[in-house]
Design a protein around this ligand. Sequence first.
Ligand code: 5GP
Ligand code: ZN
Length: 117
Amino acid sequence: MNSKHDCLFCDIAAKKIPADIIHESEDLIVFHDINPEAPLHCLIIPRIHIATINDLNAKNSSIVGSMYEAAAEVAENFNVAKKGYRVVMNCNKDAGQSVFHIHLHLLAGRQLSWPPG
Ligand code: 5GP
Ligand code: ZN
């Protein structure tokens, strides 16, 4: 595995820590956020450890496209694709990133305000 150090999301991907898993593939895992900010709030993470968006490069960045594809698939399965949803990735302190393993938030099921706070 790629969890060379303590990382909550590496541990979730490795099933060392339980999560309410929605979808899994060879590269990705999708699970419900423990503290949902919307009726549907899930997290799409790569199995490989990438700490922040700043750590993306030509070798690992194709995973981000797969994360968006998974988001669209989950949105379709939860019947929010047509009504609307938001995907967002926070990077570092000012954006409020609290888990340093990249994750795409998928939020849906209510009117989302813009701009975010
Ligand atoms: P960030 O603030 O880094 O963008 O997002 C981290 C997200 O992970 C938060 O929305 C938080 O609620 C969620 N989270 C933190 N710890 C856990 C956990 O142990 N399990 C799950 N399912 N979500 C978690
Ligand atoms: Zn990790």
